[in-house]
Design a protein around this ligand. Structure first.
Ligand SMILES: *Cc1c(COP(=O)(O)O)cnc(C)c1O
Length: 403
């Protein structure tokens, strides 16, 4: 069909297909590479090659943990593989209540509610809590699911520059005194690995009487002495009104949750549409998530080791001349510049059997394309040293590091 005869949908489809084909022709296409096998916590088989894994969100190395696998298998034996539908009809199993009680205890709240994914949790919770006439205020680098929830809510959507607390205060001042306000942020930012200025954030929410919702997708298992998240990290318990998180990263399952007061959770159970109109978590995933939360507390060495590995990885990359931006956590960006530089760096690293992936525009601003490497508790220090040497070689080959 000629370009002119195409409607807008056909043009969009054609443009994306052209872009993908051109990247594939240059052998720079790394989208959806299938992992064939897990080999221990930190090695994977990809394209028939064993690679060291530096792209995993399993921060504490819990994927494949025997106690967690066992819990999932037992749940299948007891309940089968599906539920009987949505939670409000026959979908609620004793496992769901046990999981929600375990989440509430882990997050030090009265109760918790689970949904079928983290993405859906943000969508449904934000749009249930605020609506037309209310105000929702969001960090510019917040996750897409938060942005989508804010847009869907119909509330007035105000954003502030990343982690800029003076700008947040300006936003809060802009809202009429009587306006209902929800401030929402990631705890750890998923592209940059930096941490929100939590003490100031809490102070501002108190001062302007705003509700505070924090997405802990990358802080559970990562921040705090015991890995329980950002409140523990800053020694500020009971400061977040709505504690949101996912069961798909540190916790090797799938699903999302909110932990909070009894009244809040009861309200969400009766009012949030993704709870009322979408099926419950499968038994195996609910049981796995519960077991994982227990393992985090039972095996505190994992959180310590993650912290040590993170320091080793960030400091080692910096020493070798890489720009790791403002990260303080296990998400370690390696700045490449252009999208093409990030693709080339990925290829050079994968040819050395280091499994890393690029992040390019529009996920990050153009010119700030990067590898988003992650380090976990499953890595050994000598493996990390070796990986960094190989990344250094790759960086010189593609010109990100000087000769
Ligand atoms: C991954 C992620 C989500 C979505 O969680 P899923 O369970 O994968 O749907 C939400 N927020 C942040 C910050 C994330 O990184």
């Amino acid at each position: 069909m000629s370009e002119q005869a195409m409607d807008a949908i056909q043009k969009r489809i054609a443009a994306m297909n052209r872009r993908v084909e051109s990247i594939q022709q240059q052998d720079l296409y790394f989208y959806n590479q299938p992992i064939q096998e897990l080999r221990g916590g930190a090695r994977v088989l990809v394209n028939g090659r064993e690679m060291a894994m530096y792209a995993s969100y399993s921060y504490l190395g819990l994927v494949g943990h025997p106690k967690i696998n066992q819990a999932a298998k037992q749940a299948i034996d007891r309940f089968g593989t599906g539920t009987h539908g949505v939670r409000t009809l026959a979908g609620t199993l004793t496992l769901h209540r046990e999981l929600e009680e375990t989440i509430a205890a882990f997050k030090h709240t009265e109760d918790a509610i689970t949904y079928s994914s983290g993405y859906v949790t943000n969508l449904t919770v934000v749009s249930t809590l605020v609506g037309r006439g209310d105000y929702v205020i969001s960090d510019k680098l917040n996750h897409a699911s938060i942005v989508d929830g804010c847009l869907m809510s119909g509330a007035k959507f105000l954003r502030f520059p990343h982690n800029d607390m003076a700008a947040l205060e300006n936003r809060l001042r802009q809202v009429p005194e009587s306006g209902t306000k929800l401030v929402i942020t990631d705890a750890v930012f998923s592209m940059d690995g930096d941490v929100i200025n939590f003490p100031k954030l809490v102070e501002l929410c108190k001062k302007y009487r705003a509700w505070l919702m924090v997405d802990e997708a990358h802080s559970v298992g990562v921040l705090g002495e015991r890995g329980t998240g950002i409140e523990e990290h800053f020694g500020m318990p009971n400061t977040i009104d709505i504690k949101m998180g996912t069961l798909s990263k540190t916790i090797p399952s799938v699903g999302g949750y909110v932990a909070g007061s009894k009244a809040l959770i009861r309200y969400l159970r009766h009012a949030s549409r993704a709870y009322i109109f979408s099926a419950a978590l499968p038994p195996a995933q609910a049981a796995a998530a519960k077991a994982a939360l227990e393992v985090i507390l039972e095996e505190p060495w994992r959180v310590r080791k993650l912290r040590e590995n993170t320091q080793l990885f960030i400091q080692g990359l910096k020493k070798r001349g890489f720009d790791t931006m403002s990260t303080e956590t296990a998400i370690v960006p390696i700045l490449c510049g252009s999208d093409e530089a990030a693709f080339r760096m990925t290829r050079a690293a994968q040819r050395r059997d280091i499994f890393v992936l690029p992040v390019v525009s529009p996920a990050v601003p153009s010119g700030l394309a990067r590898l988003r490497a992650t380090v976990t508790a499953a890595h050994e220090p000598d493996e990390i040293e070796m990986a960094m040497d190989l990344l250094e070689e790759a960086g010189r080959e593609v010109g990100i590091l000087g000769m």
